[in-house]
Design a protein around this ligand. Structure first.
Ligand SMILES: [Zn+2]
Length: 291
């Protein structure tokens, strides 16, 4: 009898707690590749992540594909940057007719303004990336409480890596002589990086890539490069390189990069993850700006 009740209890325990693999994974859509990487790091093998704007894509000017509405309809969570980055997304979420919750990963980050525009590129500060990860972790836990322990452990491990990355960036910037800590990039994507780590970025394009610079914009940048003795101009992975080449040829400064601004590289490229991206960028900056 005793043996039988023990058997019963064990059987009940097995029924009450199905093995992790048996439970369905959480479907999550991320608006662009950097967010997709954050979700993968926190969700691990308990989530299926789909990224709408893929490697080297430009999230500012994305035109949704017909299958994107279906992806959102099938998702429990849609993770977005917010701060005005994904202007095309609300209509897509509405058109999908799904019941996904929209999670704004920048919640709690003080936005930086550029004139009347909000700068959406908050992920370029590694400390902000930790806020993104914490928001994503909370959303995953709320959507799938059975896996909350797993998400919390993944989040802790990843945040430790981000802390180490933040220290690496500071140490790398220390290696650059203070008077050489200034660069030209194509669009104004590094304001949060600049504010956190003390490198000055000047860009012919504003915080979005949706407009071409005028001849007057370019002339102004050329003047700034000469006056401030900026040592290098940088390509970005998401923008047309011709503008940077033109500025370099008019000023004679060297070309560095590419800098990964708004998008990761494909799997086999230089920056398939956020951590790889930041490491690649600091290497590009230090090698072009060192004496
Ligand atoms: Zn951008």
């Amino acid at each position: 009898m005793r043996r039988l009740s023990l058997w019963l209890i064990c059987s009940l325990l097995v029924i009450a707690a199905p093995p992790v693999e048996a439970r369905a994974k959480l479907n999550v859509v991320a608006s662009f590749s950097i967010l997709g990487d954050f979700v993968r790091n926190v969700g691990g093998d308990r989530v299926n992540v789909t990224t709408l704007v893929g490697p080297n894509g430009d999230v500012h000017v994305y035109t949704p594909a017909p299958e994107d509405a279906k992806r959102i309809a099938d998702a429990r969570l849609v993770v977005i940057n917010g701060l005005g980055l994904e202007g095309w997304l609300p209509r897509l979420v509405q058109a999908s007719g799904g019941k996904a919750s929209v999670v704004t990963a920048t919640k709690g980050i003080a936005p930086r303004n550029l004139g009347s525009e909000i700068d959406p590129h908050a992920w370029q500060s590694v400390l902000n990336a930790k806020v993104y990860v914490s928001n994503i972790g909370k959303a995953l836990e709320a959507a799938d409480p059975a896996d909350a322990e797993i998400f919390r452990a993944n989040e802790r491990r990843y945040e430790e890596k981000l802390d180490e990355l933040d220290r690496e960036v500071r140490a790398a910037v220390e290696q650059i002589p203070p008077q050489r800590r200034k660069v030209i990039s194509t669009h104004d994507a590094f304001g949060y990086f600049a504010a956190e780590y003390g490198i000055v970025f000047i860009a012919p394009l504003g915080v979005s890539t949706d407009a071409e610079p005028s001849a007057r914009d370019i002339a102004a940048i050329v003047g700034q490069i000469r006056a401030a003795r900026v040592p290098a101009v940088f390509f970005e992975n998401i923008t047309d390189p011709r503008l940077v080449r033109q500025i370099a040829s008019e000023t004679g400064v060297k070309i560095g990069g590419p800098l990964y601004s708004d998008s990761l590289s494909p799997e086999k490229g230089d920056a398939p993850t956020y951590i790889d991206m930041v490491r690649h960028n600091i290497k590009a900056l230090t090698s072009a700006l060192a004496d």
